[in-house]
Ligand binder design. Sequence first.
Ligand SMILES: Nc1ncnc2c1ncn2[C@@H]1O[C@H](COP(=O)(O)OP(=O)(O)O)[C@@H](O)[C@H]1O
Ligand SMILES: CC(=O)N[C@@H](CCC(=O)OP(=O)(O)O)C(=O)O
Length: 259
Amino acid sequence: MQKTVSIVKIGGALLEEEALLEAVCQGFSAMGGAKILVHGGGQQASRVSQALGITPKMVDGRRITDADSLKVVVMVYGGLANKTLVARLQALGCNALGLSGADAGLIRARKRPPGNLDYGFVGDVEHVAADTLTTLLDAGLVPVFSALTHDGRGQLLNTNADTVAAEIAVALGRERRARLYYCFDKPGVLRQVTDPESTIPLLDQRLFRELLERGEIAAGMIPKLTNAFHALERGVSEVYIGPPTLLEGVSGPFTKISL
Ligand SMILES: Nc1ncnc2c1ncn2[C@@H]1O[C@H](COP(=O)(O)OP(=O)(O)O)[C@@H](O)[C@H]1O
Ligand SMILES: CC(=O)N[C@@H](CCC(=O)OP(=O)(O)O)C(=O)O
């Protein structure tokens, strides 16, 4: 039988609130089989930036990462957010190993070339070292990735955490049955973003286009869904978007993505 692997991405909002953080750590720790956690931290990075007098700039859900902003995201994602999660998971008996894409050369990216807009030190993923990752999983370790990558020539880069999770799922999905979970602070993809009761149980590309045209899908949900469809097109078996309860496998609101 083909081995499975679960890749769970948690959004920055879940790291902000103790009850949500606890729910996500509990749910993730209890998941069986090989698993990987990828975390964001965009809200925290923006807050720390502001406190340091650096105004955060976001375009289409991506941070314009100049040299000073890169220092902030390395400190916040690779430091505070990553190590907090690792310690919490260790306390729950989950053998978490904190990583960035530079560690063991796991995720190499290419600095996005400046076109009409210069995103600065933002990386598009070129290669995930699936063999090394599989070695860690087979040793019983649980990788916990921040959204940092490197170019292989000494430069750290900032990559959207949804994209990091999708690229890991695609790379591992070549050998295993990969399930990708996007956990965030809403019950799923909503038909009307203002109505928390309007979770869409099954979302395909046709409905996505329809909701996009009506303006019901906006902001960070656009890159999240683009990453989700892209992952399914490139061999990931299942993609889900929902709240932390999604990880407990209990019935409740969430969205399953289909092509
Ligand atoms: N139709 C929609 N359903 C759910 N959320 C939506 C929708 N349209 C826009 N959003 C927004 O997208 C956000 C999720 O994207 P993002 O902030 O990037 O997630 P994350 O917390 O994973 O980083 C939600 O918090 C919500 O404000
Ligand atoms: C290039 C880019 O935009 N990187 C993201 C990485 C963090 C992230 O994705 O965090 P959330 O999942 O909490 O939004 C950023 O700096 O905001």
